[in-house]
Design a protein around this ligand. Structure first.
Ligand code: CAA
Length: 284
């Protein structure tokens, strides 16, 4: 199947980035949000990121315009998915919200439509089972900032069939991304490897081994990471990090995933990183 039209559900940090890359690579995109003001915010972020690409001479004004013209906004899931070949869901990491969204999508989308979730921690097999077509359900895990990061971690649920995988792999390549297949397991590969590193960095700060700045310097200069783990934790959101560690801890019942007490305290204090203006660092 040749995917031409996609619906992206959720216009937050991940959703607007996903809509941006689909539209920029020739797909027609229905961007679905719950309120006009959220949709407006998503479109203005996409415009800002396209402007940045024009300034860096990665695209021209014509490409920027055609990308924006390829995105249509919908405030109703049933309307937005009724004639698409693929749905990519990027709503908050909350099982109740995802359940309600996928039930509506399942009722309204055509039979051939492939279902992809950008979840970073919820079981793909579990989400797939909410729908009447678990064989067409797959994880399409993008990374922030989506227009920049090359990876799509493609997560196969227990019932995902080979045809679905093949279409999603092909589509990811058309987005100029590198698809990497993994099987469904808590945290997949990306977060199973990343989150223990971030957690251990937070233990180092909590135990007074080094300051946040110095932990980050060690990992940036010694390990060539573009951002240190604590700046990255702020960028991802400390609440999101804590949630994912919870999924690993529960999923494997292994104490090695126990969240650092300092992480729990910072989330309790509302210091969630970039989005609240303060985490391990302060932001304007
Ligand atoms: N849209 C388009 N382009 C963007 C962009 C955006 N939103 N954000 C940055 N860029 C571009 C910049 O224009 C710049 O382009 P050039 O290379 O042409 O100059 C390039 O990306 C680098 O940006 P900056 O110069 O502003 O800053 P930087 O060099 O410090 O890079 C960064 C910023 C790309 C975020 C880099 O620090 C980085 O790669 N950090 C690690 C990010 C990471 O690990 N993300 C994964 C998080 S985990 C996740 O998302 C999933 C999960 O499940 C938790």
């Amino acid at each position: 199947m040749d995917v031409k039209k996609v619906a992206v559900i959720g216009g937050g940090t991940m959703g607007n980035g996903i809509a941006h890359v689909f539209a920029m690579n020739g797909f027609s995109v229905n961007l679905i949000e719950t309120k006009q003001e959220f949709a407006d915010r998503a479109m203005s972020t996409i415009q800002k990121n396209l402007d940045r690409m024009v300034k860096k001479e990665k695209i021209d004004e014509g490409k920027k315009k055609s990308t924006l013209d390829s995105i249509s906004v919908f405030l109703d899931i049933s309307e937005g998915v009724k004639d698409v070949d693929m749905v990519v869901e990027a709503v908050p990491e909350n099982l109740d919200i995802k359940t309600s969204v996928w039930k509506q999508v399942d009722e309204a989308a055509p039979d051939h439509t492939i279902f992809g979730s950008n979840t970073s921690s919820i079981s793909i097999t579990k989400l797939a089972a909410l729908t009447s077509r678990p064989e067409k359900f797959i994880g399409m895990h993008f990374f922030n900032p989506v227009p920049v990061m090359k990876l799509v971690e493609i997560v196969r649920g227990l019932q995902t069939d080979d045809d679905t995988y093949d279409v999603v792999e092909e589509t990811s390549k058309k987005l100029q991304k590198v698809p990497v297949p993994v099987n469904d397991a808590p945290g997949f590969v990306s977060n199973r490897v990343l989150m223990p590193m971030i957690n251990e960095a937070i233990f180092c700060v909590g135990e007074g081994v080094a300051t946040a700045e110095n932990v980050d310097e060690v990992m940036k200069l010694g390990m060539a990471h573009p951002m240190g783990p604590l700046r990255l934790a702020d960028f991802i959101g400390l609440d999101v990090c804590l949630d994912i560690l919870g999924v690993l801890y529960e999923g494997f019942k292994d104490p090695k995933y126990r969240p650092a007490p300092l992480l729990v305290k910072m989330v309790d204090a509302g210091k969630l990183g970039n989005k609240t203006g303060e985490g391990f660092y302060k932001y304007d």
